[in-house]
Design a protein around this ligand. Structure first.
Ligand SMILES: [Zn+2]
Length: 100
């Protein structure tokens, strides 16, 4: 087995990782490059597609990404503590309400 070849080929393979959303806890399989680009945008936190959309939306009300993140994380916590409401549904409703 050629070690050098293994090293070289592993650089070309896209690393897939299971990553968990820091807001709603949703798990997704993503490439490392994608995970890092999302973390770069949100202060080292990985957010799922829906949460990143909500945080971007929140930026209309908040001046800084830090504040927008904080607002959205507390939004998710509020709904997570209420099992009758699904976080994803609540977010979709919020986004729909804002865009109309
Ligand atoms: Zn999420």
């Amino acid at each position: 087995m050629c070690v050098e070849l293994q090293v070289r080929s592993s650089e070309n393979i896209m690393e897939i990782e299971v990553v968990k959303c820091e807001c709603c806890g949703l798990k997704e399989e993503c490439t490392e490059a994608y995970i890092n680009s999302v973390k770069g945008k949100f202060e080292g936190k990985w957010l799922c597609g829906l949460c990143s959309e909500a945080v971007r939306d929140e930026l209309n009300n908040q001046s800084a990404i830090h504040e927008a993140l904080k607002a959205h994380i507390s939004f998710c916590r509020k709904y997570k503590s209420n099992p009758a409401v699904r976080v994803a549904d609540a977010m979709r409703q919020m986004l729909r309400r804002r865009s109309s």
